[in-house]
Design a binder for this molecule. Structure first.
Ligand code: MG
Length: 285
């Protein structure tokens, strides 16, 4: 099921996308987290989908929110071979883990705003987001995907001049400015994506494709990442793992391609959809 969260008359509601561009109100079954994690709620949502009395809307008429509010935003660095090469970084032998905080969460369609005296080198990073559906601790790679609730798109927006100061010791700060983690537009439940390592992934900046790869190029697969993280922490429903970005970031280009005022940046993943955000840069005075 492809689930969205939308706002209507001041209320936040859960919807299921059908026929590509129609949304059925399934909020009587619960919110997206509930529908994703509770089989009874998922069955109720399916009933609502099949009921002609249920309210239906055009997707384009709705103001979407992030499909859910993640409990933790766990990020993986340097997880595509071609991205390691372009940054000149050594290929990691273990997953590189960093974090974003709740302030960074942004909705589809939000304008991401920052001050030019905080950062002048802001980059895009298209990433597959894995949302945990069941508590897991010390799970094997073979069983790891059973703990996934769904998948979404993430833009791991990054202030490179902040991230790479102090000899590269400021990753988390440079990654967690307000609004630097848009997610959405939808969450696709795991049963609809049996193999997450086969998805085309792109970033499109002002209509130009700047990243284009496939999740099969990941160094550490989603299953390996879950198994690895679960050795250190209990992953809980609603935790989001952002699985790293492929080749093509602005930092590795000559000349550099930093996000600028008025840009429109879109992260697109096969079977999930297109997460679009606009950029506003406030000049300092
Ligand atoms: Mg990243």
């Amino acid at each position: 099921m492809k689930l969205v969260t939308y706002e209507q008359n001041g209320a936040v509601r859960a919807g299921a996308v059908v026929d590509g561009d129609r949304v059925v109100d399934v909020s009587a079954a619960g919110d997206v987290l509930r529908i994703m994690t509770d089989p009874a709620a998922q069955r109720r949502a399916m009933e609502l989908l099949g009921d002609p009395q249920t309210a239906r809307f055009a997707l384009s008429d709705l103001r979407l929110r992030a499909p859910l509010v993640p409990r933790s935003l766990i990020c993986i660095g340097l997880n595509y071979m071609d991205h390691c090469r372009e940054t000149g970084a050594a290929v990691p032998t273990r997953p590189v883990i960093f974090a974003k905080f709740a302030n960074a969460l942004a909705d589809p369609g939000d304008t991401i705003t920052w001050y030019a005296d905080t950062t002048r080198e802001v980059d895009y990073e298209a990433e597959l987001g894995v949302v945990i559906g069941k508590p897991c601790y010390r799970v094997s790679e073979a069983e790891a995907l059973q703990y996934v609730g769904g998948y979404t798109c993430v833009n791991d927006i990054s202030a490179r001049d902040v991230q790479l100061t102090d000899g590269g010791k400021q990753w988390t700060l440079g990654k967690t400015l307000d609004g630097f983690c848009p997610i959405g537009p939808a969450l696709v439940t795991a049963d609809d994506i049996p193999d997450p390592q086969t998805l085309s992934i792109r970033c499109v900046l002002n209509g130009q494709v700047v990243q284009h790869s496939n999740t099969k190029e990941m160094i550490f697969s989603c299953a390996v990442l879950i198994a690895h993280l679960s050795r250190f922490m209990t992953l809980q429903p609603g935790d989001l793992i952002s699985t790293g970005t492929p080749f093509g970031v602005g930092m590795s280009r000559e000349p550099k391609l930093w996000l600028k005022d008025g840009d429109v940046v879109v992260v697109e993943i096969e079977k999930i959809g297109a997460l679009e955000n606009r950029v506003r840069v406030v000049e300092s005075h």
